[in-house]
Design a protein around this ligand. Structure first.
Ligand code: NAD
Ligand code: UGA
Length: 477
């Protein structure tokens, strides 16, 4: 029986391994993590992450061929294939701070593998890493073998993950592609690629399993995220021009996306993209380009981030300017705090920047999100940029008595958030925000009552009929 161990029980490690366990009942899968609360969550009825369909998959496999454990050393030692799915955040200090990937967690996982291994292993990079990381990992594994692990052979594979949160289970069950990079010029490398291919081949059609060299696989992941984020910054840049000219960004995106060469997906204008990866991976790409002496390429990709920051700032400026240039002391309802719908994840959510902008102008912000707890909101608003991933469960919550504590409230629903408010800002495209009773909200708000729709979920004409002053991204004012 093949044994798989995955180091890192996060948004990627948990769902990915659950689906492998589901589809490969003859493979024993153990997910390990240094975070006890995370592992306790995976072993409970309330999983540590919210992801549609995941409860079902975990329930089917847990106790059969899927388990979650903090006994990292034992399970890594026992495994034939070790996935490494730890966090790879942006460095906050030192060389490359604010851009380069911080590989501290990755390196400590690799050193631990070298310390505890007594049998040959395939080590799989699941985390998103800078191109050429496999070379560094190979060095760590081969130069750091403990006496008792002398002679153990390692094969490193790059198998980046392309799932999106909110649709993780569906993406894993039916991926556009699975990418496996390895030392395809050596027999041992080819055998390792074949072993991993055999795992995925249980449910992924052969033409969707791609094999490349290591560096292509590592770089493809960074490039894919950069291309996706670039599409959003492109449509967001056009949204600003739409507002200036009277064009409607939804109509423009539809017309542009009808071209089969461009395609319709991922062209929704928004308050800006968020999530744990787009920004960090592009910054990482920028840093790599700079290191390889390619400043023009670096600055091309840096613009994608600059436009995203511009879009978030533009949204805050629009709110404040529309409300007679001041929101001081005014209650502003914020609907949605997660970085996208169907997740409780708030990492790099645009809501943090928008709320901080409004708080900076002395607004009183009342936040409602169906999946984000008040404690998380408070933590996010009290934290410095890039600090969220170093590591989350160790961060103290320090908000009592601060401006954030005084100015921020968390509401139980959208109506409570909007009661007595001067404005509503929609920052996440949760389906429930489409079906709200906006007349009821309008009646409970100060007048003029404003709606700023950062996700284009509301029917602008209907809301204007009710009496709202409506601003929607990229729509005629
Ligand atoms: P995460 O923070 O949710 O999970 C990482 C886990 O690794 C944490 O629980 C942490 O405690 C654990 N960990 C760190 N060091 C460890 C060690 N030495 N031993 C054992 N456990 C350790 O992160 P994530 O969102 O799952 O992302 C993981 C990687 O996957 C990142 O490189 C990310 O860029 C990439 N990725 C993420 C997504 C996504 O949707 N979140 C999608 C594709 C790729
Ligand atoms: C993204 C990629 O889609 C995944 O393929 C990749 O594996 C993952 O990053 C990663 O490496 O972490 P994710 O961030 O989970 O997945 O979610 P997306 O659906 O890509 O959305 C990212 C952000 O862009 C969200 O804030 C979303 O609201 C925003 N977005 C998305 C738009 O503003 N407009 C769009 O048209 C699409």
């Amino acid at each position: 029986m093949v044994k798989i161990c995955c180091i890192g029980a996060g948004y990627v490690g948990g769902p990915t391994m659950a689906v492998i366990a589901l589809k490969c009942p003859d493979i024993e899968v153990v997910v390990v993590d240094i975070s006890e609360p995370r592992i306790a969550g995976w072993n409970s009825d309330r999983l540590p992450i919210y992801e549609p369909g995941l409860d079902d998959v975990v329930r089917q496999c847990r106790g059969r061929n899927l388990s979650f454990s903090t006994e990292v050393h034992r399970h890594v030692s026992d495994a034939d294939i070790v996935f490494v799915s730890v966090n790879t955040p942006t460095k906050t200090c030192g060389l490359g701070a604010g851009k380069a990937a911080d590989l501290t967690y990755w390196e400590s996982a690799a050193r631990m593998i070298a310390d505890v291994s007594v049998s040959d292993k395939i080590v799989v990079e699941k985390s998103t890493v800078p191109v050429k990381t496999a070379e560094a990992i190979e060095k760590i594994l081969s130069h750091n073998t403990h006496r008792r692990s002398h002679g153990v052979r390692y094969q490193i594979l790059s198998n980046p993950e392309f799932l999106a949160e909110g649709t993780a289970v569906a993406d894993l069950l039916s991926p556009d592609r699975v990418l496996i990079g390895g030392r395809t010029d050596t027999p041992a490398g080819l055998a390792a690629v074949a072993a991993l291919r055999d795992v995925y081949a249980r449910w992924v059609p052969p033409d969707r399993i791609l094999t490349t060299n290591l560096w292509s696989a590592e770089l493809s992941k960074l490039a894919a995220n950069a291309f996706l984020a670039q599409r959003i910054s492109s449509v967001n840049a056009i949204s600003a021009l739409c507002e200036a000219t009277g064009a409607d960004v939804a109509e423009v995106a539809h017309s542009v996306g009808k071209d089969a060469r461009i395609g319709p997906r991922f062209l929704s204008a928004s308050v800006g993209f968020g999530g744990s990866c787009f920004q960090k991976d592009i910054l990482n790409l920028v840093y790599i380009c700079e290191c390889y002496g390619l400043p023009e390429v670096a600055s091309y990709w840096r613009e994608v981030i600059r436009i995203n920051d511009y879009q978030k700032g533009r949204f805050v400026n629009r709110v404040v300017a529309s409300m007679f240039n001041t929101v001081a002391g005014k209650k502003v309802a914020v609907l949605g705090f997660a970085f996208k719908k169907d997740t409780g994840d708030t990492r790099e959510t645009p809501a943090i920047d928008v709320c901080k902008g409004l708080l900076g102008d002395k607004a009183a912000v009342s936040i409602y999100d169906p999946q984000v707890a008040g404690e998380q909101v408070a933590r996010d608003l009290a934290m410095n940029k890039f600090d969220w991933d170093h590591p989350r469960h160790l961060q103290p919550i320090i908000i009592t008595g601060t401006d954030v504590a005084r100015q921020v409230a968390v509401a139980a629903d959208a109506y409570e958030a909007a009661a007595e408010a001067h404005a509503v800002c929609i920052l996440t495209e949760w389906d429930e925000f489409r079906g709200l009773d906006y007349k009821r909200m309008f009646d409970a708000m100060h007048k003029p009552a404003f709606i700023f729709d950062g996700r284009n979920v509301v029917d602008v004409a209907k809301l204007r009929e009710i009496g709202f002053v409506v601003y929607s991204i990229g729509k005629p004012l």
